[in-house]
Design a protein around this ligand. Structure first.
Ligand code: AMP
Length: 567
């Protein structure tokens, strides 16, 4: 804590820092905080997410806000809605012991009215996505004419996502005398252009080697035939029973396919891609955050908003087209001082890209053989025994049953009992990997049929919420509950799940009004939805679900366009 005191924070901010459990500043904080406090220079910070850069700019900027002024003094731009919410909430936490500081996040995919209202009340700090921020400026709801600082967080991501025009527009309307702080994981050409056009004599701070993979990430690759990619993925998952991983695919279609196959094969997996509505995205992300989902299959764009610290493995099911993106993907693991593994599945033509990746990350990628069936069975067996050893035994609760259990097992020796218990869980793995082929052979034409069909020994999980058919039309329903009843989109999704018992229903937009709401589901499920809600009650009230009038076409088209832009 003493190092934070030395940086010059006020007692109230120090209390906030302490309550978050930060003991010492991270390297990026050590370098950036004195720069922000010390002079008025612009700054380029090349740092990955997970290095503590939000606090690096957030803490000193909070300290510098003039609380006597209600005008917007700091504008923070970030690429995704999730990151905006995260930054705003981090800042709120740092400033917990400050009175009078107003931080307002503005982002697309959410009601504009409440954000307009919040801005109207005044906000010294605005955190926004470029699109919604520009919208707010045009509506004269956000006034950035008096800001003293603009922060461009994850600038490379904002530019990758096509926000170049919005950034240019916003930056051109900021006062000439303001200071610009730009943070980026990579120094791409576009980031260099923005820096050249909008930053004046910036101080450059690089944390770690520029464009490098974090130190605590191991980079491993498996070389397989393209057709064996999925089987290799399963083996990676099976040899890591506690995997908590992000699987990156190149397209939405591939994302859906891989996730569907994993689910069918009994893995706790789901897909995150641009075809999902915001409510579905939130639902999937929450299930990943609370670890209901062990493997999340995602496109690069869709995964951008995901902020999870404990990811154990990043798996490149396919290498990204732009190899720079590899750094972003692998930077999802090994965060907050933890170690992580970035795995790439490459075919025989792609293997030359590994050398290019090594150049980008400044590190060697280790080539590992795809684990054999036998190795996987051994690992799974140890894991099972480990879990059995570590299971909590509640002596008191179990005692009344033990007599009967012992009597029933009397005919078995201790060795036999162990064998039976282990086999109960383990047979599925043994069966699946019996005669499993060696996926490392170059001319492997005889992939075992066992691996083509049937599932491995994973527990069954059928809770996917992906859209099976993205071209399916939607039916819009009216439901007679809304905000006043404490309803949020997740409650509607929950009700659809609970009342239909069908996890394959496509859910589209959910629009919560004051005393009623609208939701959309795949057209083919219209009858099922109407039937499922027919006799349902909510807080003692009869639920009323009806097919709503078609939304006006123009409005829907506009919305679709916006959706596409966001994705
Ligand atoms: P960020 O790079 O801003 O996304 O931060 C990554 C994680 O590190 C977040 O969970 C922060 O709460 C945490 N963090 C930031 N600064 C510190 C610090 N000085 N000590 C410990 N954890 C920190």
């Amino acid at each position: 804590m003493s190092q934070f005191i030395e940086l010059g924070f006020s007692p109230d901010l120090l209390k906030g820092i302490q309550s978050l459990g930060f003991e010492n500043p991270t390297p990026v904080q050590e370098q950036v905080i004195p720069e922000i406090f010390g002079n008025k220079n612009d700054l380029i910070g090349l740092a990955q997410t997970g290095t503590g850069k939000t606090a690096a700019f957030g803490l000193p900027l909070i300290e510098q806000v003039d609380l006597n002024q209600n005008t917007t003094q700091v504008l923070i731009l970030a690429p995704t809605r999730e990151l905006c919410i995260q930054i705003a909430s981090d800042l709120e936490q740092y400033a917990h012991y400050f009175t009078g500081l107003k931080i307002v996040p503005v982002y697309g995919g959410a009601s504009i009215e409440s954000q307009l209202k919040a801005l109207k009340k005044g906000a010294q700090i605005v955190v926004g996505t470029p699109g919604r921020t520009l919208d707010m400026i045009k509506r004269k709801a956000a006034n950035i004419g008096n800001i003293n600082t603009v922060v461009l967080d994850e600038a490379d991501e904002m530019l990758n996502m096509g926000f170049r025009e919005e950034l240019d527009n916003i930056l051109q309307t900021t006062p000439a005398g303001k200071r610009t702080l730009l943070f980026s994981a990579t120094m791409s050409k576009e980031v260099a252009r923005i820096s050249k056009n909008y930053l004046k004599n910036p101080v450059k701070i690089t944390i770690g080697k520029q464009n490098s993979g974090a130190e605590n990430i191991r980079h491993i690759y498996y070389q397989v035939h393209a057709r064996d990619r999925y089987y290799a993925l399963k083996r990676v998952a099976d040899i890591n029973p506690d995997i908590y991983g992000l699987v990156f695919c190149r397209t939405r279609m591939e994302t859906k396919e891989v996730a569907d196959k994993l689910i069918k094969d009994g893995y706790n997996a789901d897909a995150l891609h641009g075809d999902l509505s915001q409510a579905q995205r939130d639902y999937v992300m929450n299930r990943f955050r609370n670890r209901t989902i062990q493997m999340l299959v995602a496109t690069d764009v869709a995964a951008r908003g995901l902020d999870v610290n404990d990811i154990s493995h990043v798996i490149n099911y396919n290498l990204p087209d732009e190899l720079d993106i590899y750094t972003h993907r692998s930077g999802r693991t090994g965060r907050a001082e933890k170690s992580g593994i970035s795995i790439s599945l490459v075919n025989y033509h792609e293997v030359r890209k590994i050398a290019q990746i090594e150049k980008i990350i400044g590190k060697k990628c280790e080539k590992h053989p795809v684990p054999s069936g036998e190795e996987i069975c051994q690992k799974q067996l140890f894991n099972l025994i480990d879990r059995m050893e570590n299971a909590t035994v509640d002596e008191e609760q179990i005692a009344p049953f033990m007599d009967t259990v012992n009597k029933k097992l009397e005919w078995l020796s201790k060795e036999e009992i162990i064998k039976h218990f282990v086999s109960l869980e383990f047979n599925r793995f043994l069966d699946y990997y019996k005669n499993a082929p060696d996926l490392n052979k170059k001319a492997n034409s005889s992939r075992a049929k066992a691996e083509k069909v049937g599932s491995s020994g994973r527990n069954e999980s059928r809770n996917v919420r992906g859209k099976k058919n993205s071209h399916e039309s939607f039916t819009r329903f009216f439901i007679n509950i809304g905000k006043k009843d404490g309803i949020a989109p997740k409650n509607i999704i929950g009700m659809i799940n609970d009342n239909t018992h069908d996890r394959d229903i496509n859910i589209g937009d959910i629009d919560i009004k004051d005393s009623f709401s609208f939701f959309e589901t795949g057209e083919s499920h219209t009858g099922k939805i109407l039937k499922a809600f027919k006799k349902e009650q909510f807080q003692g009230r009869q639920l009323q679900v009806e097919v709503a009038e078609e939304r006006k076409k123009g409005k829907k088209d506009k919305k679709e366009k916006r959706k596409k832009k966001r994705a």
